[in-house]
Design a binder for this molecule. Structure first.
Ligand SMILES: Nc1nc2c(ncn2[C@@H]2O[C@H](COP(=O)(O)OP(=O)(O)OP(=O)(O)O)[C@@H](O)[C@H]2O)c(=O)[nH]1
Length: 770
């Protein structure tokens, strides 16, 4: 019988815990080599043990050597440790001489010292011995293997040793007795070897055996599963798939298709033919239209449309800023002759006018307009009561009427108008649009935008605060109203209910009236274009209704018109029919997005031309085309809008990013020019040099420069001095103005120049090709 010691093992080989249960081995089968090793190494280990004062039998030494693969040091260390009590070991450690220690011991001690040094600052390691805890292992029920490292790997190795020995030795197997031997017995040398037998030492000890890797054990075969029990056949209770389900489940890639659901399946048997076969209803209509025009031949139609496009393209060749061909609108055109219709309907319609409300901050503009709307029936008393309640909660009860106009949260919280508010109301004879401008100087640009859309201005003056107003925005607004081309002005001398010492002081009214009229005359307003009325927006006297005959304002009814009457009498005449025939021009005051029926709308005053649904338009300076979906005037849908009206155009076929307030919606065929400089005739309100200015073109304002002082001119436009070094306040001059952005402008448009928060000049554009 032979054992094969030179076995390697695969350290990574997985195996079950069951392998730890050693089977009884009848004959360990030491080879002659093993026996030589036992004989040679046992005395060496014994000598080491004796030096340390430790007794061990030959069997124990042999077991240890066998276990540690003939490693003398490890075997000796194991035996020393296993036979020395703990306290004795500790004491012995101190007495041990370095030469008596094995390398294994030295390494262990070094690492222990290192660890002790590492944790020397840790207080909980300095525990007095009497307080130290001890872990006392319980005695196992079964005798445990005496060797260190009784791992499952070792058990595996032992098993393989046995198997290999059995196969290689080709000797008769001794049948293993029933039962399980202890692992120590299994690993021990043959039973016939007597304990304490000392093998004959050899002169030269043999080299330690070398471990060899063995081939990995093939994985155990999976047990063949037993054939499955025949299942009891159950009836299929599932419904068969619908046609729609088959359509969803079928795939063209799968090679076979289930019967697909067709439109006929979905809609029923009434559809007998492919509904998409033949011309669409639109095609039919188009063909009928072509037929009526004698264009039944398809090639002719194509030729015709191509010619039309070519003509349109030709018409658009107007210069560098010529835009691309307009997008074809999807809305149907009614093809209205708007100028003709406008002229025909003149007798049926009311006059209309838009007025801008201007004046110094807090002089009562919004309150006055709220009162006007209330008394004209455009706002209900219920709404005003609601505003009153809300304003009172905010501690601003006196602003309730102003809230009719000031709808923004910021405006209501601050009690200051920020942007132009637009409202409509009608009297029996006139449809009015109110453009309530902010009075605060910070919002003058918005005031200019509002004023540029108006037909006339309403100047609101606090009778008690004329002086402060003349120093502030009363003066500037009047000048700006003039600058943007307004000719008519109605002055509302307001807050007469609070004059001191007596309310409704007629003298005070006359004084204020005199001063304002004088100033307006100086500002260029003709006397006949100026009307002055006394009123109180807060109490409502003489706004839409004449004051009571018995009160302190009784004198008003005898001498003056109500504000509403004055407005009706100030409505300018309609724009001429010619203006309607000119190319479309409408500066965008506001852009509205996100409506369900009309996702994109723009509002503003149409200054030239007309617009109806399906018109192709162009937006400058972006140069993007759009189509008109619909038109609104005074908040009501209309078939068309004309020059002079403040209207809303609902647009389509354009990305909203191409439209901003200040842009111009214009004729696609004759678009407005886009420039970065122009020549302007400017009336100087302050000294002008080549300098930075804010350039206001209606609702549009951009940064710019007075780049050249071309000449000073007289009232007739004759040159007084070329290239002056400076233009003095009050002088008129031709100036070259450059702007930092492309601006859509035309000759004759009004321009306002501002610098450092004040208006420094205003005038008109003389030439856009400066
Ligand atoms: N006594 C009196 N107070 C008034 C009258 N009109 C307005 N007020 C008060 O004046 C304050 C300012 O009124 P607003 O209507 O907001 O003035 P505004 O000119 O529109 O102000 P901004 O739009 O910010 O320029 C409020 O407290 C009003 O109640 C009036 O006729 N009589």
């Amino acid at each position: 019988m032979q054992r094969v010691k030179n076995l390697g093992y695969d350290e990574d080989e997985p195996y079950d815990d069951e392998d730890d249960v050693y089977e009884e081995e009848a004959d360990p089968g030491y080879t002659a080599e093993d026996k030589d090793n036992f004989a040679a190494l046992t005395p060496v280990v014994r000598a080491e043990l004796e030096e340390a004062g430790v007794q061990a039998s030959d069997k124990d030494i042999g077991d240890s050597l066998w276990h540690y693969y003939w490693d003398v040091d490890k075997s000796a260390s194991y035996l020393k440790n296993s036979r020395t009590p703990r306290t004795q070991q500790q004491g012995a450690k101190k007495e041990d001489k370095p030469k008596a220690k094995s390398k294994f011991d030295e390494a262990a001690q070094k690492s222990a010292e290192k660890a002790a040094d590492w944790f020397r600052d840790v207080p909980w390691t300095h525990i007095p011995p009497e307080m130290e805890g001890r872990i006392v292992p319980e005695e196992p029920a079964m005798p445990m293997p005496k060797l260190l490292g009784g791992s499952s790997k070792l058990a595996k190795l032992a098993e393989e040793r046995r198997e290999k020995a059995a196969a290689a030795a080709n000797v008769a197997q001794i049948p293993a007795p029933n039962g399980v031997l202890s692992s120590l017995d299994r690993l021990s040398k043959p039973q016939d070897t007597k304990e304490n037998d000392t093998p004959q030492p050899k002169a030269e000890p043999k080299k330690y055996p070398i471990r060899k890797k063995r081939e990995p054990t093939p994985p155990p075969k999976e047990p063949t599963p037993p054939p499955p029990e025949p299942e009891e056949e159950k009836p299929d209770l599932r419904a068969s798939p619908t046609g729609f389900g088959r359509t969803l489940a079928s795939s063209q890639l799968s090679g076979h298709r289930a019967a697909s659901m067709t439109l006929k399946d979905m809609l029923g048997s009434e559809i007998t033919e492919d509904p998409f076969k033949g011309p669409s209803p639109d095609d039919t209509v188009l063909r009928a239209q072509q037929h009526s025009k004698g264009l039944t031949n398809t090639s002719k139609t194509k030729q015709s449309s191509t010619n039309g496009l070519a003509k349109k393209t030709e018409a658009l060749k107007l210069g560098e800023n010529t835009p691309s061909a307009p997008a074809q609108p999807k809305v149907r055109s009614r093809g209205l002759d708007v100028p003709k219709l406008w002229a025909e309907e003149k007798s049926k319609r009311k006059a209309s006018a838009a007025f801008v409300v201007i004046g110094h901050v807090d002089h009562g503009k919004s309150t006055l307009m709220g009162r006007l709307l209330l008394d004209a029936g455009a706002v209900s008393q219920r709404d005003v009561d609601r505003y009153q309640k809300q304003a009172t909660e905010l501690g601003k009860s006196s602003f309730a009427l102003a809230w009719v106009m000031d709808t923004g949260t910021e405006e209501r919280e601050r009690g200051v108008t920020v942007d132009i508010a637009q409202h409509h109301f009608s009297t029996d004879s006139v449809a009015f649009t109110i453009l309530d401008a902010p009075g605060h100087r910070d919002f003058v640009p918005n005031m200019i935008g509002g004023a540029s859309m108006a037909d006339l201005a309403v100047l609101v003056v606090d009778a008690n605060q004329l002086e402060s107003g003349m120093k502030g925005q009363t003066r500037e607004h009047v000048l700006l109203a003039k600058a943007v081309g307004l000719k008519r002005i109605v002055v509302a001398v307001n807050k007469l209910d609070s004059t001191a010492p007596n309310a409704w002081s007629q003298d005070m009214f006359q004084e204020v009236k005199g001063n304002v009229v004088k100033f307006l005359g100086e500002s260029g307003f003709a006397k006949e274009d100026v009307m002055v009325v006394p009123c109180s927006g807060l109490s409502g006297e003489n706004v839409a209704k004449a004051p009571e005959a018995s009160g302190p304002a009784a004198w008003v009814a005898e001498t003056d018109l109500t504000l509403l009457k004055a407005l009706e009498q100030s409505v300018p005449s309609e724009v001429s029919g010619d203006a309607l025939k000119r190319p479309l021009r409408m500066q965008v005051a506001d852009v509205f997005r996100g409506g369900i029926t009309n996702p994109l709308s723009v509002s503003g005053r149409m200054t030239a031309g007309n617009a109806q649904a399906a018109d192709a338009v162009l937006v400058q300076p972006s140069g993007e085309t759009a189509a008109v979906r619909g038109v609104e005037v005074n908040g009501e849908p209309r078939d068309y809008a004309v020059a002079g009206q403040i209207c809303t155009l609902h647009l389509t076929d354009i990305d909203p990013i191409h439209i901003r307030s200040g842009d111009v919606v214009c004729s696609a065929a004759q678009p407005v020019s886009v420039v970065t400089s122009f020549l302007a005739k400017i009336e100087a309100l302050d000294s002008l040099l080549p300098q930075s200015v804010d350039v206001h073109l209606g609702r549009l304002h951009v940064a710019g420069n007075i780049s050249q002082l071309v000449a000073t001119v007289d009232t007739k436009g004759e040159t007084l001095k070329k290239k002056p070094r400076m233009v003095k306040a009050g002088q008129t001059a031709l100036l070259k103005v450059t702007v930092e952005d492309d601006v859509p402008v035309e000759d004759g448009e009004t321009v306002v120049l501002r610098a450092q928060g004040g208006t420094v000049g205003f005038g008109t554009i003389e030439r856009t090709s400066a």
